[in-house]
Design a protein around this ligand. Structure first.
Ligand code: AMP
Ligand code: GLY
Length: 431
């Protein structure tokens, strides 16, 4: 069977890599893929991004299954397009993808279905937003409504910062956020305290299967300092997600969300990623929903997955996920993102990348922002590579990952030296 993976990041490289080990898969296409998939004979790049053109190409090529990596094609309706032509695709419809593409939609959805999340108010009028901030005080969180590639959120420590964020988002639109119909809108919400985790499940419309737990590091610098990024590293499992927290997240967040979407006439299919905030008492709130897998969380999760991923997707697109029991490697997987000079504000492109070691059973370097230029590998985006390893514990995983990263060279490479520190034994997770 031929499969198609849509996307070009480390997440898509990791999904394609795991699919390449599936028994029934004969050929894997990646649209468009990156320098890593282009230099690996197991993958075939396709330079099409438009949903209709992709569907036409996939029909002609007799693609048996398509998997969507990023949010943009989902929000553009690629799943609706494939399904309208009876083609098998795993992901949410455009309407269901609003759980991610519109903060106002997802916050109203959570309120309506009593899913725990921060208190909030949505605004299109800057004066009303400013008045709300004055009434609530700081710390407070200001979010642009629309896809912003992780850059549309300001956690304001002072009231002045919150006011400035509102002006940025509503008046100047400095973040370049793609706003939803009706123009610029912000969501202002209560600041939540605790530890974050990525809770990712697969849904077939009714049945839900949780993936292994994970955590990422969103800040650029060691010690979770510096600006927010798409994610500088991740690991699985996440010790903060105890059995109790897991049960609670399923009972209070995931299942009510799937039931709520069904009830609202928008059944949810695809990966669903709940960003959790877990407080010192083990109470769980939803920070956000993503309608896709996390990047870089996918890379360590795929390293740990032992089940045949193609068969899992087959069940997930047949409505029979209830018959699937995912099997995981018991070891720790840890991924360190190597980013380009200037990331996240102004990543530089065109730096030559050398020294990537061959794949080993316990270490795979997944590509993201790389491209092939006249046979040479170059940087082409902010997050360039994700060095992903398996080891018996977090400490050994860190050692192994940093040993591999040290061999890779490109000008201006930046990466954190402390990925996984929250999962080290002895650290007080707060509960
Ligand atoms: P989001 O894109 O909504 O997940 O926000 C990005 C990041 O901002 C999250 O991963 C958190 O670190 C932080 N954040 C978002 N909302 C809140 C909140 N209500 N309280 C505290 N931190 C938040
Ligand atoms: N790593 C966070 C995300 O994929 O949204």
């Amino acid at each position: 069977m031929k499969v198609l993976v849509i996307g070009s990041g480390g997440r898509e490289h990791a999904l394609a890599w795991r699919l390449s080990q599936a028994t029934r898969v004969s050929k894997i296409y990646v649209a468009p893929g990156n320098g890593g998939t282009a230099t690996d004979s197991r993958f075939h790049g396709i330079d099409i991004t438009d949903p209709v053109a992709l569907r036409e190409w996939a029909a002609k090529e007799k693609i048996a299954l398509t998997v969507v990596g990023p949010e943009a094609p989902l929000a553009a309706g690629v799943v609706d397009e494939f399904r309208a032509h009876n083609m098998r695709i795993f992901g949410p419809t455009q309407a269901a993808a609003q759980l991610e593409s519109s903060k106002a939609f997802s916050k109203a959805f959570m309120k309506r279905h009593k899913i725990p999340t921060a208190d909030y108010e949505a605004f299109t009028d800057a004066a009303a937003a400013h008045a709300y901030i004055d009434a609530k005080g700081a710390p407070i969180v200001v979010k642009a409504d629309g896809l912003a590639a992780g850059k549309g959120v300001v956690v304001a420590v002072t009231v002045a910062e919150a006011h400035e964020a509102v002006d940025f988002m509503l008046l100047d639109n400095k973040f370049g956020v793609s706003h939803n119909d009706g123009g610029a809108r912000v969501v202002i919400e209560e600041f939540l305290q605790g530890e974050e985790a990525s809770f990712i499940v697969m849904c077939d419309g009714k049945n839900v299967t949780a993936l292994a737990t994970s955590q990422d590091h969103k800040r650029l610098l060691d010690g979770d300092q510096g600006p927010n990024t798409g994610g500088m590293g991740a690991y699985s499992p996440a010790p903060v997600v105890t059995a109790e927290v897991h049960a609670r997240a399923m009972r209070e967040i995931i299942l009510p969300t799937i039931r709520g979407m069904e009830k609202d006439g928008i059944p949810y299919t695809g990966f669903l990623y709940a960003g959790l905030m877990i407080d010192g008492k083990g109470q769980v709130k939803t920070l956000e929903f993503n309608c896709r897998m996390g990047d870089p969380e996918t890379q360590p999760i795929m390293m740990r997955l032992k089940s045949d991923l193609f068969e899992v997707f087959w069940h997930a697109t047949d409505g029979t996920l209830d018959t699937v029991d995912l099997e995981w490697d018991r070891r720790v997987a840890l991924g360190v993102v190597m980013a380009a000079h200037g990331y996240p504000l102004a990543p530089r492109k065109g730096d030559r990348v050398d020294g990537i070691p061959a794949e080993a059973p316990d270490a795979v370097v997944f590509h993201a922002g790389t491209t092939l230029d006249a046979g040479a590998l170059q940087t082409s985006g902010g997050r360039v590579l994700c060095v992903t390893v398996l080891a018996d514990n977090v400490k050994l995983a860190q050692q192994r990952a940093y040993e591999v990263a040290a061999r890779i060279r490109f000008d201006g490479a930046q990466y954190r030296k402390d990925i996984g520190f929250r999962a080290l034994p002895g650290r007080d997770a707060g509960h």
